[in-house]
Design a protein around this ligand. Sequence first.
Ligand SMILES: NC(=O)c1ccc[n+]([C@@H]2O[C@H](COP(=O)([O-])OP(=O)(O)OC[C@H]3O[C@@H](n4cnc5c(N)ncnc54)[C@H](OP(=O)(O)O)[C@@H]3O)[C@@H](O)[C@H]2O)c1
Length: 289
Amino acid sequence: MAKVAFLGLGVMGFPMAGFLARGGHEVTVYNRTRAKSDAWVAKHGGKAADTPKAAAKGAAIVFSCVGDDPDLRAVTVGANGAFEGMAAGSIYVDHTTASADIARALFAAAVRKGIHFIDAPVSGGQAGAENGTLTVMCGGEAAAFEKARPVIAHYAKAVTLLGPSGAGQLTKMVNQICIAGLVQGLAEGIHFGLKAGLDMKQVLEVIGKGAAQSWQMDHRGKTMIDDQFDFGFAVDWMRKDLRITLEEAKKNGAPLPVTEIVNGYYGEIQKMGGGRWDTSSLIRRFRTI
Ligand SMILES: NC(=O)c1ccc[n+]([C@@H]2O[C@H](COP(=O)([O-])OP(=O)(O)OC[C@H]3O[C@@H](n4cnc5c(N)ncnc54)[C@H](OP(=O)(O)O)[C@@H]3O)[C@@H](O)[C@H]2O)c1
């Protein structure tokens, strides 16, 4: 059992850190808004620190799950950042969905300090975090990964090293590209079926057993029919992920025509006030036009 720290107790980080405590690790948490760390300690025990640096002191592994690149920069190399508090040989595992560029920059900064950095974005959403069944996509060095893997496994069903620093974030981009087009296809199919007068719940039962089956169809089809979006993976986060992905595509030259269009559609959902709605809310565009 190890002494570990977890920075960022949001929708994802709060339950993930909880699995570490239940797994027997000695956990110190940090959250920018102190009330959340106090609530976490009241539920799981452990300690709360006032800065990322204080939380990281003495930890064998420091985890984070914050919002975007600037937030990750702040908790790692900002004032009182975690890197200042970490001892040589310790490991930083970042679960934020961020750019591959910042992953590589933090990997290089970590090397200069004699510490290890693994980019480890997750897939599986709030339910995956709460049930401990996330898929974790990692980039970094094999030796550090092997040390961190059994600890990450407390909240994951799959933990995989996909290549050097940045490979985890690049894999997450592929994940989001695949989801964006698929959700739009599902929205079009469901809307078409409803317009055609079909019983769409029955239709999804049937085609969900064939080649059109997908995680999105299984978990979001019924709620799309029922016009429910007050849960799940927020459109604001998806837009952030697609922005990062489209910027990376400009650099590597891969055309992303469908992803670009769907990114624009998500922009329309934000203008409708749906920034916090689940990504399956793409179908709402058809209900207002
Ligand atoms: N939600 C999902 O279904 C899902 C699925 C896969 C991946 N992700 C990714 O996981 C990450 C976290 O998502 P979430 O849903 O947990 O978000 P969230 O509920 O909004 O939580 C974000 C956390 O980051 C902290 N934070 C943000 N900016 C910070 C800063 N500058 N300095 C210090 N702390 C900061 C927040 O602190 P405060 O409490 O003070 O605001 C909060 O603890 C994102 O990168 C997201 O894209 C989310």
